[in-house]
Design a protein around this ligand. Structure first.
Ligand SMILES: [Zn+2]
Ligand SMILES: [Zn+2]
Length: 364
C-alpha cells in the first residue's frame, strides 16, 4: 500500500524549479521546516559497521604517526582527495545538480573516484541529494537537520528511511541519470567495483609499491581515509545546516560555515541551497580558487572535458540577498542603504535593537 504522505517542496534543485525573478520559491519555506516525532527502526548492520570504522580509525591515526612510511600517509591523502573530487565534482555538482556538463572520459574518471569513496552509487547519491534539496529540513529530507545534529550527521544512516523520504525520492525526476550510460554502468556493477576500489586497491598498492606493512596499509589509506571521507560529507549535512550566517536566504537552515569549508571543500551552504545549480562553491573568486573541487572543474573546462559551466549572475545574487538575506552579506548586508531601506519597508522605522536582533539571526 502506498504511504499516506504528501511531502511539500521546501527548496529548489534546478533553475526550472524557481518561481521568482531572483530564483527562489514563491512561498515562505521557513513555515515548512519540521520534524514530526517518530520511532526510528534501527539498521544494526550499519551501526556496527560505523562503530568498527570509528574505533579502527583511532588505531589508524596512531599508526600514521608512529609506524607508517611517509609514502603511505601521502598516498592516503591523495586517495582522500580523489574521492572528495569524485563525490564533490561528480555525484554532487555534475550528476545531482547538472551545474556543468562533462565528456565521457571525465565522467568515467569521476565515476571511478566516486566509487572509491563508497557513499552509494551515483544514482542513489544523486536521488537522495536531490530529495535533500527539494524537501530540505522537512520530514521528506533524508538527513533532516530539524531532527538534530547527530541525526543529520550520521543518525539517518543508522535507521530505515521514513515513508516521507521514500515518497519524496519517488517524486524526483531521474530521467537524466537513467540516460547516462556511465551512471547506469556503475549502478549495475557497483557491488563488484566498490570493494576493489575502496578497500582492496588502497591496501595492496602501498604493500606492493613501497613495501608497507599490511597493517599500516589497511588501517591508514583504507579505513582511516574512508572514515574521514564519510565524516567530511556528513559534516556538510550537519554542521553547515546548523552553524553560520545566512546572507542569501535566512528562511533556509543551510549556512555559510568557513570551518566546514576548510575541512570539507564545501560549506558555503546557504549559497549552495539558494543557487544549487551554480558550479561554484560561492560567489567569491578567491574561495573558489582555494577549493580543489572547483579548481578541478575549471581545469577540466580548460582542456575541453567540462563545458557549459553555470554561474548565477551578480545582479541576481544582489537582488536575492537584498530580498531574503539575513544582513550579513559583505556588500549588501546591514550597513548597505538598500538593505536598510528594505527593512524599513518591512518593519517600519528600524530601531537599533531590531538591527542587533537581525545581526544575531533572532529576528525571522
Ligand atoms: Zn544541505
Ligand atoms: Zn547540493
Amino acid at each position: 500500500m502506498p504511504p499516506n504522505v504528501d511531502p511539500i517542496p521546501s527548496g529548489v534543485v534546478f533553475e526550472t524549479d524557481t518561481q521568482t525573478s531572483d530564483l527562489g520559491l514563491a512561498k515562505d519555506v521557513s513555515k515548512l521546516k519540521k520534524a514530526t516525532p517518530k520511532k526510528h527502526e534501527y539498521v544494526w548492520t550499519n551501526i556496527i559497521w560505523f562503530l568498527f570504522l570509528h574505533i579502527s580509525s583511532v588505531y589508524g591515526l596512531y599508526l600514521a604517526f608512529t609506524s607508517a612510511k611517509w609514502q603511505t600517509n601521502v598516498f592516503a591523502f591523495a586517495v582522500h582527495l580523489m574521492c572528495a573530487i569524485g563525490i564533490g565534482a561528480g555525484s554532487h555538482r555534475l550528476w545531482t545538480h547538472r551545474s556543468y556538463k562533462a565528456r565521457t572520459p571525465l565522467r568515467i574518471l569521476l565515476m571511478i573516484w566516486q566509487t572509491m569513496g563508497f557513499q552509494d552509487s551515483i544514482f542513489e547519491w544523486a536521488r537522495d541529494h536531490r530529495t535533500h534539496h527539494k524537501y530540505a529540513d522537512t520530514d521528506a529530507d533524508p538527513h533532516n537537520a530539524e531532527r538534530g545534529l547527530f541525526f543529520s550527521h550520521m543518525g539517518w544512516l543508522c535507521c530505515k528511511k521514513s515513508p516521507e523520504v521514500i515518497e519524496g525520492g519517488k517524486r524526483i525526476n531521474l530521467t537524466d541519470l537513467y540516460e547516462d550510460p556511465v551512471v547506469m554502468f556503475q549502478k549495475r556493477h557497483y557491488l563488484k567495483m566498490m570493494p576493489i576500489l575502496c578497500f582492496v586497491l588502497p591496501t595492496v598498492i602501498p604493500v606492493y609499491f613501497w613495501n608497507e606493512s599490511w597493517l599500516n596499509a589497511f588501517f591508514i589509506p583504507t579505513i582511516l581515509r574512508y572514515t574521514i571521507g564519510i565524516n567530511v560529507v556528513w559534516s556538510v549535512n550537519s554542521f553547515a545546516h546548523k552553524y553560520g550566517y545566512r546572507p542569501y536566504d535566512k528562511s533556509l537552515n543551510p549556512r555559510e560555515n568557513i570551518g566546514v569549508w576548510m575541512i570539507c571543500l564545501e560549506g558555503y551552504h546557504n549559497y549552495h541551497h539558494t543557487f544549487p545549480w551554480d558550479y561554484r562553491v560561492n560567489e567569491h573568486p578567491i574561495i573558489n580558487m582555494l577549493t580543489p573541487t572547483i579548481v578541478f572543474i575549471e581545469a577540466m573546462a580548460k582542456i575541453g572535458q567540462a563545458y557549459d559551466l553555470k554561474a548565477v549572475s551578480p545582479e541576481i545574487i544582489k537582488q536575492r540577498t537584498l530580498r531574503t538575506g539575513d544582513g550579513t552579506h559583505h556588500l549588501w548586508g546591514w550597513d548597505d542603504p538598500e538593505f536598510t531601506e528594505r527593512l524599513r519597508r518591512q518593519y517600519g522605522t528600524v530601531h537599533s535593537i531590531v538591527g542587533d536582533e537581525i545581526k544575531q539571526g533572532k529576528h525571522e
